[in-house]
Write a protein that binds this ligand. Structure first.
Ligand SMILES: [Zn+2]
Length: 331
């Protein structure tokens, strides 16, 4: 009995040792297995190069090697934020490009226009209208010629177009001036203003200019600041959106004070009664806001020339009514 017990104990110890051994060997085989597997895959990947490797093989090979690998993540597709562009001659537009997958290494874009007499495109995808017509602008991945996207381009009209109605240059909420229209202060308007200021001075009336010509970009800054301060709806009642300001024509002046109470001063009253004699009109008269699109501005005069200013003054109409046009933003 005593002997057999010893054998049993010995057997148990052996069994425990064996079990422990088995566990250890199992663990160690777990640790070493991936390395071996990866090495195998790596070899496989290298063996199959430069032939096409499957995505899985490439991934595993990349995970193990920090060394530069000739296989890389390529561009698979291109998407744009717009596939249609409508511009005028001289205007530009640029679609936003997304190349997928996001971690593609070479996202170089190749841009091409089907007709450079209609529109050109630069290396960044900036499309510029050259002549009226239609063409297609194509962007292709330099990395993968199969990844491509097309933009339908329509060029119509000229960015230097301005609107004259009955010979009168119009800038209001309906009719815009292009950003490129930058005439400066009109010489005739300036001479007429000087004449008016001198005539007023002889009557003891002090009229002076506080602003005249404003470029598109100056108006853009002004308007954006007003929108920030008062919100767009409020700003639209007293400030023009860029391209819609009469000051961009070089034919408008703000005089003395930007307060509506100016209309009640002797200078304001003199201006309202006499400015037509010098070729000007009060452009945004009282109670015409629904027609002109702007609040009463007793300080803002517009040069029309003496003949036309007289006709408009005598009609008792504002310029929009006189020309039978609207002043409403399209959006
Ligand atoms: Zn003004």
């Amino acid at each position: 009995m005593k002997y057999s017990f010893k054998i049993m104990v010995a057997a148990m110890v052996v069994a425990m040792l064996l079990s422990s051994c088995a566990k250890q060997s199992h663990l160690s085989s777990d640790d070493t297995l991936p390395e071996e597997t990866t090495k195998t895959v790596e070899t496989t990947a290298k063996e199959t190069e430069p032939e096409e490797t499957t995505a899985d093989e490439t991934e595993e090979a990349d995970a193990d090697t920090t060394e530069a690998d000739p296989s890389k993540i390529g561009v698979e597709s291109i998407t744009l934020d717009k596939y249609e562009v409508k511009i005028k001659i001289g205007e530009s537009d640029m679609p936003w490009v997304t190349m997928l997958p996001e971690d593609a290494e070479d996202k170089t874009e190749i841009w091409k226009s089907s007709d450079t007499k209609v529109a050109t495109v630069n290396e960044y995808g900036k499309i510029t209208g050259v002549g009226e017509g239609e063409c297609t602008v194509t962007v292709t991945s330099a990395d993968n010629k199969k990844a491509t996207a097309k933009v339908k381009v329509t060029v119509k009209g000229s960015a230097t177009d301005v609107t004259y109605i009955k010979g009168i240059l119009i800038a209001n909420k309906t009719y815009a001036l292009p950003a490129t229209y930058n005439p400066g202060e009109d010489a005739d308007a300036k001479a007429a203003l000087t004449e008016m200021i001198n005539a007023a001075a002889k009557e003891g009336i002090n009229i002076y200019k506080i602003s005249g010509f404003r470029s598109y970009s100056t108006q853009e800054t002004l308007y954006n600041n007003y929108v920030k301060r008062d919100g767009q709806a409020a700003a639209d009642r007293y400030s023009a959106r860029p391209g819609h300001s009469e000051h961009q024509t070089g034919l408008a002046f703000d005089l003395n004070s930007l307060e509506q109470s100016f209309g009640e001063t002797k200078e304001g009253k003199w201006l309202e009664e006499n400015c037509w004699k010098y070729g000007f009109i009060i452009r945004y008269p009282k109670s015409k806001e629904s027609v002109t699109g702007y609040m009463y501005e007793p300080w803002h005069v517009r040069y029309l020339g003496k003949d036309t200013a007289k006709k408009v003054y005598e009609s008792g109409l504002c310029l929009e009514e006189y020309l039978e046009i609207t002043s409403v933003y399209a959006d």
